[in-house]
Design a protein around this ligand. Structure first.
Ligand SMILES: Cc1cc2nc3c(=O)[nH]c(=O)nc-3n(C[C@H](O)[C@H](O)[C@H](O)COP(=O)(O)OP(=O)(O)OC[C@H]3O[C@@H](n4cnc5c(N)ncnc54)[C@H](O)[C@@H]3O)c2cc1C
Length: 372
């Protein structure tokens, strides 16, 4: 079996390494559009402590401690300048995206899976002729590769503007801060992801973004303005953005099917979900493992992809339901900003209660994929 994986992010890398483990004789290779050094984003939160938690990609590494992961047990919501501190109920693991992706890539290479960087894209026709299976894991970059029409995504953009900053201020809890000034409401999501760095994501409505003149400010000036809004949290620590990764509207990609012919979608390429539920990488791991399980079950690739599709699509639709509920809650926070801290916390907690629990579905699917 000859497999091409398009995109060396968590989804493609976990799929490739676990598939190779299940079928060592298969020819699996990965094509990545960027250089080895370019990895977008700062830190992410993952579930549990490695190596115990199979949905945490660090559990697939020999020495996860080398990535300097940070474990978070508490959640703090700040509103009206007052903190509301509580337990997260589960252990969360903050880790840098770059070190995570680079370590997973090294694992693939060590297993005999070549990763080609800065690889020019082949056309769908060429890929079809050359490979038995093409695993599309290129994240939300759907414009970068023309796929069969059946795999064209539905694309939606959120109303809020957001930016993903890093900072040297260390947040020991998962922090969610609501701050209002003359221009509107700003929301900061932050947590440490190494012993020296934290992620700091900021979102605000389009109207607030315009009133605060964030579009016309330079990157540096905008970061200084936002740092002032969150001065109580940041002190003198600056906010740093990645070059070219400015303010944007969150993009949700959705599909009703996960495969067509020789092509199969996994990770964000199949379904992306708002950062406020922090499950994108976990989804990437679970869906990759479902694909491995299906392909390892027998020699009929078409039947395997059919089985994968039947398992993965309901799961990603549930993920979408949770992510959308959360995104909409943040986009309409102005309606709730007059609530007390306790009331806002309760409303935040309840925002995804209408949907069946995502965590249970993720663990049930992962248990099935791993035969546990
Ligand atoms: C602000 C923000 C915060 C987030 N926080 C969290 C969090 O706390 N926890 C969490 O679990 N998730 C989080 N996520 C989501 C998480 O980053 C994604 O769900 C996850 O990275 C998906 O993995 P992936 O491999 O599918 O895609 P990606 O990580 O996007 O990887 C795709 C890869 O494909 C490459 N590529 C693109 N196009 C091509 C092409 N044509 N050919 C070859 N290669 C290509 C890209 O360069 C990239 O390396 C967050 C996302 C955002 C935006």
């Amino acid at each position: 079996m000859k497999i091409l994986v398009i995109g060396a992010g968590p989804a493609g890398l976990i799929f490739a390494s676990q598939m190779k483990k299940a079928q060592p004789d298969w020819d699996i290779r990965i094509a990545e559009k960027s250089t080895e050094q370019e990895v977008l984003g700062w830190g992410v939160v993952l579930p549990g402590r490695p190596p115990q938690h199979p949905a945490n990609p660090l559990s697939y590494l020999d020495q996860p401690e080398l990535l300097d992961p940070q474990f978070l047990e508490e959640f703090k919501l700040v509103h009206n300048d007052q903190p509301n501190l509580m337990s997260t109920g589960v252990t969360l693991c903050g880790v840098g995206r770059r070190v995570l992706v680079q370590a997973l890539r090294a694992t693939c290479v060590a297993a005999g899976i070549p990763v080609s960087y800065e690889t020019p894209l082949a056309s769908v026709a060429e890929l079809e002729a050359e490979y038995d299976l093409v695993v599309v894991s290129n994240g939300i970059n759907h414009k970068s590769l023309a796929l069969p029409p059946a795999l064209a995504p539905q694309v939606e953009f959120g109303n809020n503007k957001y930016i993903w900053y890093g900072t040297t201020q260390l947040f020991d809890q998962m922090n969610l801060v609501f701050r209002k000034n003359g221009n509107g409401i700003f929301i900061g999501h932050s947590y440490k992801y190494s012993s020296t760095m934290s992620t700091f994501i900021v979102e605000c409505s389009q109207e607030t973004y315009v009133r605060a003149e964030l579009e016309s400010r330079s990157e540096k000036d905008a970061a200084a303005y936002i740092a002032k809004v969150f001065q109580a949290e940041l002190g003198e620590h600056a906010l740093v953005s990645q070059p070219g990764q400015g303010w944007r509207n969150f993009m949700t990609l959705s599909h009703d099917v996960a495969r067509d012919g020789k092509f199969v979608l996994i990770g964000d390429a199949l379904q992306s979900g708002h950062f406020s539920i922090g499950h994108g990488t976990t989804m990437a791991v679970v869906v990759a493992q479902l694909l491995v399980k299906s392909l390892a079950s027998g020699p009929d690739t078409a039947a395997a992809l059919e089985n994968f599709n039947a398992r993965a699509v309901p799961l990603v639709q549930l993920f979408k339901q949770h992510a959308e509920a959360s995104r909409l809650w943040f986009e309409s926070v102005g309606e709730r900003i007059g609530l007390s801290n306790e009331e806002l916390t309760a409303s935040f907690d309840a925002r995804r209660k209408e949907a069946p629990p995502l965590q249970d579905a993720l663990m049930a699917n992962l248990g099935y994929a791993l035969g546990r």
